[in-house]
Design a protein around this ligand. Structure first.
Ligand code: XIL
Length: 538
């Protein structure tokens, strides 16, 4: 059920550069490079050359750099990156041919026929320049074509050309270099959610039509305050099963500043989990980090108050995230069978008729794969019910049944899927009162979130009563300004901020103690971090 985690054969110390260990696995470990420090700073150049066997131009191959005015191409920055990579025996991933951002105004103002021709010419010239250059092996043909809900982004490309621009771009790239690996790339597609499913469906359909999509890039711009996409390996694997190569193309893990040791540790876990996921999926070619030193990360300029997202600090010193990447790449062949230590006894607070908060003393993990999070269970004698999951040592339980005694315990989970022993039990009783009813409960888990949206999956609906039910209705309230943008496995209606989710035909019948689930996605104002605070089931 869980992938074997590969344990370092030697003590987990940072010996040998990252690229040596990646190459031993047949994978790449890469970095996005900026032309300024590459020509000006020896430390930058040395680390870029020594640690990585793959390189992406952070900006130098984008349209505004390569064709600032129509038909006038400038490859000075792109060539500098490619030459550096050639000298250092690194492969280059070309980024990016067709994108709504960093594309000059002259392109955006063209009519449909001229825009399509300009796109095809740009691809032909840029890809063509490096077609016989063995260093440049792959391209992001289109970048970020979906909106956060999995609809088509209404970019100038889409608005002018419709969906066909994507297939046309891939065909033009194939014509310009029949040997290059051609990728589609996007963000917030690391876990299974509405957007990654839209990507999955598109890639599947394009390939059925013979459009040359060889590879899917998952950017991997993660943030410790938004949680780790725990199903990343499963998601990579479902794409791999379509027959495409997969790769992590722009990994960074930002945090709210200031940086501290606890955040560094969490960040290191995220890096390790991503490398482990790629290691575990044969079709995953490698991982590119979006830069390597915090000195030149795009994060502070883009996400206000956030930073420290990379594996070296501003002074080119290795951070815990470097060690995590190193050790995950350097792992030998034995499996991590060592579970995390047992979590402390949970303590409950804020108990209402349908919710309660729990906190406990954190576990540690010494088996190599690292602490991944916690599962919280309700002790019920026979089959215990999982009430929720958390990546931190606390959780808010919602959807509890009124006037009911709960005995709960926590187990820690590591990156290899090992579970700790059960913590001691905590007992609390929900208050009587309105809100629960019907004997069913619903508990929502935020699976993935980003600046202006989030996915709640699963919302686990459990029949806590003693007789079977043939239908259920879950209601919850969206915080002000939030709008529902998608849902699955439930029939959903919205009235104001109140959302009502009813079972669909295949998941209404629940025996006592049986569970089913549904999920939904929400858009919220940028910077807002709220999610629904509780779920009521009837
Ligand atoms: C970013 C660069 O890092 C910045 O230097 C630049 O100002 C803006 O673009 N997704 C992508 C990358 O595909 O090209 C973006 O790179 C980051 C988000």
């Amino acid at each position: 059920m869980f992938a074997a985690f590969l344990l370092p054969a030697l003590p987990a110390e940072a010996s040998g550069p990252l690229r040596t260990h990646a190459a031993a696995r047949g994978k790449f470990i890469g970095a996005a490079l900026a032309t300024g420090p590459l020509s000006n700073e020896t430390s930058y150049r040395n680390i870029a050359a020594t640690e990585f066997n793959q390189v992406t131009a952070e900006n130098a191959m984008k349209w505004d750099a390569t064709e600032p005015s129509q038909g006038q191409f400038n490859f000075s920055g792109a060539d500098a990156i490619v030459n550096f990579a050639t000298q250092n025996n690194q492969q280059v991933h070309g980024h990016t041919l067709v994108w709504h951002s960093q594309t000059p105004g002259w392109v955006q103002g063209l009519g449909a026929t001229q825009m399509r021709t300009a796109m095809q010419n740009h691809i032909s010239q840029v890809v063509g320049r490096y077609a016989s250059n063995a260093t440049v092996v792959s391209w992001d043909v289109v970048n970020e074509i979906f909106d956060d809900n999995g609809g088509w982004r209404t970019s100038f490309w889409y608005n002018t050309l419709g969906q066909s621009y994507v297939a046309d771009a891939f065909r033009a790239a194939r014509a310009a270099d029949p040997n290059a690996r051609l990728c589609i790339n996007d963000y917030n597609v690391e876990g299974i959610n509405a957007k990654s499913t839209a990507m999955y469906n598109l890639v599947s359909s394009l390939r059925q039509q013979g459009v040359p999509v060889d590879c899917v890039g998952f950017q991997g711009h993660l943030a410790i305050q938004y949680g780790f996409p725990n199903d990343i390996q499963q998601n990579l694997q479902r794409f791999a099963n379509l027959g495409v190569q997969v790769r992590i193309t722009e990994l960074d893990v930002r945090m709210q500043m200031p940086r501290d040791a606890t955040k560094d540790t969490t960040q290191a876990t995220y890096y390790r989990n991503v490398i482990n996921a790629c290691n575990a999926v044969t079709a995953c070619a490698g991982v590119t980090i979006w830069g390597f030193t915090d000195k030149y990360s795009w994060v502070p300029d883009t996400f206000s108050g956030q930073g420290a997202a990379l594996i070296y600090n501003e002074n080119y010193q290795q951070k815990p995230s470097y060690t995590a990447v190193h050790d995950a790449l350097a792992g030998g062949t034995s499996t991590d069978n060592t579970p995390p230590t047992t979590p402390g006894t949970p303590s409950s607070s804020g108990v209402t008729s349908n919710s309660a908060a729990l906190t406990w003393t954190a576990s540690t993990d010494s088996g190599g794969s690292g602490l991944a999070g916690y599962n919280v269970y309700r002790e019920q004698g026979t089959t215990d019910t999982q009430l929720g999951q958390s990546t931190t040592n606390s959780i808010s339980l919602t959807g509890l049944t009124p006037n009911t005694q709960y005995q709960v315990y926590v187990r820690a989970r590591d990156g290899a899927g090992n579970l700790s022993a059960n913590s001691a039990l905590a007992t609390f009783t929900t208050q009587s009162g309105p809100g629960g009813g019907g004997g069913c409960t619903a508990v929502g888990t935020v699976q993935n979130q980003w600046n202006n949206g989030y996915v709640v999956q699963p919302v686990t609906v459990t029949n806590g009563g003693t007789s079977a039910i043939s239908g259920w209705t879950v209601t919850f309230t969206l915080p002000s300004g939030h709008t529902l943008s998608g849902s699955w496995n439930a029939a959903v209606t919205v009235s104001g901020q109140t959302v009502t989710a009813r079972n669909v035909s295949h998941n209404g019948n629940l025996a006592p103690n049986a569970s089913t689930s549904f999920g939904f996605q929400v858009s919220r104002p940028s910077g807002n971090t709220q999610t629904p605070s509780g779920y009521t089931c009837a």
